[in-house]
Design a protein around this ligand. Structure first.
Ligand code: NAP
Length: 491
């Protein structure tokens, strides 16, 4: 069925969810939320105080200690998570509208890719709750002694999420955290909190007990810091920039928190001469320009074998020039606006730098609709080297350098010459080469002959400065649990 986008419309104001109650910030302050397409205020949300954060953590802690959630039979917990999955699907159009108006994500992409992935995460972890939370008996040195090894939740989990993919990155933390029996305080990015409000309402409507799910909206500097240092928070599940991640690790050391870090990236995309060129061009295009390049795993360095380099540059530049910029609610739009003015100006700075160090072959300018909007054209720089700023730093926008290489060894060397290690990709028709390269590339996700594939069952996370820990898969549930060995003397 073709996707019909909803009309842009005023969105309801957002409050904080603390201990099952929607309420304003304790000092009554609000944050205006700006639509990056129109540059107009669409709604406002509560700007929480540190006192509000403390109240949310205490509510989550009380809920964890008193049950019933943390002690509920895991099959009962799973039923509630399955209900959350169904409600996500039912309310997809509303959540998609929020995501488009909040951060400029094309609505069609949300409905086709993000929404099924998010409800899938809740179903996957509901299944995990039923199968993986069981205990097991183990033997000991003495024949009459058994060890009952149980898996238990950690306690209060603080989920801190970034401005890009607000809903998906929230679900990838909340679903495993809840499945394991933890309670949650979520702090979304200040710029993009609207889909988090929808998920919090879903948590209430699905029947999560009092205090299990809490939402605080407001600035990371104060609220994030309060969560990271709070002695009753057991785990910080963080996705965001490497710099803020490092800060969180330092600040959480005093209370020795569990942490998972999903951080920045600068993924290399290797295009070999034996690849199907048309499909390699498509993968390279979506690899960098999907969600306007505001993607941690964007294929943001394209390495092309020299024998096809000129043809690839010419055809890729044409694709970029023909790409459709526009309103994210228009189903024809491929590239929506950059999420906010700060990011927009940062990306334009990188384009200026690229113009001084490489050859601009497509884009490089801004566009507007009715003189408004943070739109940046799909921008391609040819004849780049791996040492220039636009090849080394995470731009987080629709801008990509194309770098030639002469041999497999050189491609691997350039690909791994980055502090990051989140994703990498290979375009080749030779499966042995693909597997060989996958062995050598230092990244948590390797795509061969494709890009941007995700599944709740596939562990996702970084090597090197892209972080540690994994989201999705059974590995994610692991990071929200701890083990207890109960010794039984049967003699
Ligand atoms: P960010 O600036 O690091 O912010 C991420 C979150 O941390 C926001 O909620 C932010 O709140 C909060 N925060 C800010 N300062 C904090 C502090 N001192 N203590 C605790 N929390 C704090 O990242 P962003 O600009 O939103 O997102 C882009 C970055 O995320 C990119 O580097 C991208 O690669 C990375 N990312 C990684 C993945 C992955 O899976 N590896 C996925 C998506 C994005 P405020 O919004 O209020 O500042």
């Amino acid at each position: 069925m073709p996707i019909v986008s909803p009309q842009r419309q005023p969105l309801p104001k957002g409050q904080l969810l603390i201990n099952h109650q929607w309420r304003d910030a304790s000092n009554g302050e609000i944050l205006p939320i700006i639509d990056p397409t129109t540059e107009e205020v669409t709604t406002e949300v509560a700007k929480a105080t540190v006192e509000d954060v403390n109240a949310a953590v205490e509510a989550a802690h009380r809920a964890f200690e008193s049950g019933p959630w943390s002690r509920m039979h895991h099959e009962e917990r799973a039923k509630i998570l399955f209900r959350m999955a169904d409600l996500i699907d039912e309310r997809g159009a509303d959540i998609g509208l929020r995501e488009s108006m909040d951060m400029g994500m094309p609505y069609r992409d949300f409905m086709e890719i993000i929404l099924p992935h998010c409800s899938g995460l809740f179903r996957f972890f509901a299944g995990q709750a039923m199968s993986a939370m069981n205990g097991s008996y183990r033997s000991s040195y003495e024949s009459n002694v058994r060890i009952l090894t149980r898996r238990e939740p950690l306690g209060v989990v603080a989920a801190i999420t970034p401005f890009n993919f607000p809903f998906a990155l929230t679900c990838s933390k909340v679903a495993p955290a809840l499945a394991a029996g933890n309670t949650v305080v979520h702090k979304p990015a200040s710029d993009t909190p609207l889909s988090a409000l929808a998920l919090a309402q879903i948590a209430l409507d699905a029947g999560l007990p009092e205090g299990v799910y809490n939402l605080v909206t407001g600035p990371g500097g104060s609220l994030g810091d309060a969560l990271v240092k709070h002695p009753l928070v057991e785990k910080i599940a963080f996705t965001g920039s490497t710099g803020v991640g490092q800060n969180i690790i330092r600040n959480s050391a005093d209370t020795l928190k569990h942490t998972t870090m999903e951080l920045g990236g600068k993924a290399p995309h290797l295009i070999f001469a034996d690849a199907d060129l048309e499909s390699a061009l498509q993968a390279a295009f979506w690899g960098i320009f999907w969600n306007k390049g505001e993607v941690c795993v964007a294929g943001s360095r394209i390495l092309v074998e020299r024998s096809i380099y000129d043809e690839f540059v010419n055809r890729f530049a044409v694709m970029a020039k023909e790409s459709v910029l526009g309103d994210p609610l228009d189903p024809a739009t491929q590239i929506g606006p950059i999420a906010n003015r700060k990011e927009y100006e940062k990306i334009l700075g990188y384009i200026d730098s690229g113009k001084e160090t490489a050859r601009l072959v497509a884009g490089g300018s801004t566009q507007q609709i009715n003189s408004k909007g943070y739109f940046i054209e799909a921008t391609v720089f040819a004849d780049a080297t791996n040492d220039i700023k636009i090849a080394r730093e995470e731009i987080f926008g629709p801008v990509v350098p194309l770098i030639p290489f002469d041999s497999e060894e050189e491609a691997i060397r350039i690909a791994n010459d980055t502090p990051y290690g989140l994703a990498a990709g290979i375009q080749t028709s030779d499966i042995r080469r693909a597997l060989r390269l996958a062995d050598h590339l230092k990244a948590g996700t390797i795509w061969t002959d494709t890009w941007h594939k995700y599944h709740p069952n596939a562990p996702f996370g970084g090597y090197k400065m892209s972080g540690y820990g994994r989201e999705q898969g059974t590995e994610a549930l692991e990071s929200y649990t701890q083990y207890k060995s109960v010794w039984l003397n049967l003699a």
